[in-house]
Design a protein around this ligand. Structure first.
Ligand code: GRF
Length: 192
């Protein structure tokens, strides 16, 4: 990834589908002095995504695309990304799988946060799997997005100890707290 030169921030889009707690942290991060990014666009795959509240609060432009037809959705997303001069994409709880073609167009410029210690537990239900397997540690990973699901180069990881009292809900809560720090730190790592 190219280094940040001068005061210009990297125009970033965040893609969400749900709660948007990571989006909220990224918006906060984009307002601090040392941040390399500005968030100029929020894309949601769901009209009712709770996270859209953060777009409203921060007055960041938001667009909703239902992915019933992925080709059409991606075509329109690419158009709006271009129009807004977006150079970097953060997936934050985005529940759709982007096509090879889309990823190629933003090669090396899309990152994702995943709630497991990759390469362990790609895909869904990561916390359930960690509990079921009696793992000692759980955690989260920020990685580059490639056409292979949850398999791109790892940028940063953080972990927590799983206690006997933990269930998938308590684990999700603890890991999410870690995610909120890991995502901004990963962006700092990429651009410094
Ligand atoms: C997070 O656990 C993230 O790792 C996963 O989906 C969840 C999204 O949470 N991909 P939020 O929407 O950012 O609150």
């Amino acid at each position: 990834m190219e280094k940040l030169i001068g005061p210009k921030k990297i125009k970033t889009a965040v893609f969400i589908s749900g709660e948007g707690s990571n989006l909220n942290k990224l918006i906060k991060f984009s307002k601090i002095k040392k941040t390399p990014i500005s968030i100029n666009l929020i894309i949601s795959s769901k009209a009712k995504a709770k996270g859209l509240i953060y777009a409203n609060q921060s007055k960041i432009k938001k667009k909703i695309f239902d992915f019933k037809n992925r080709n059409i959705a991606e075509k329109n997303i690419l158009k709006i990304l271009k129009k807004n001069k977006i150079k970097f994409i953060c997936l934050a709880g985005f529940m759709k799988i982007l096509s090879k073609n889309f990823i190629k167009k933003f090669n090396g410029k899309i990152i994702n946060i995943h709630p497991s210690l990759l390469p362990k537990y790609k895909g869904l239900n990561t916390h359930e799997k960690a509990i079921k397997n009696k793992d000692k540690f759980a955690g989260c990973t920020v990685h580059y997005v490639t056409s292979k699901l949850d398999s791109g180069k790892i940028i940063l990881q953080d972990k927590i100890r799983v206690t006997k009292k933990d269930n998938s809900t308590s684990l999700a809560k603890k890991v999410l707290k870690k995610e909120h720090k890991l995502y901004p730190n990963s962006i700092l790592k990429i651009f410094s």
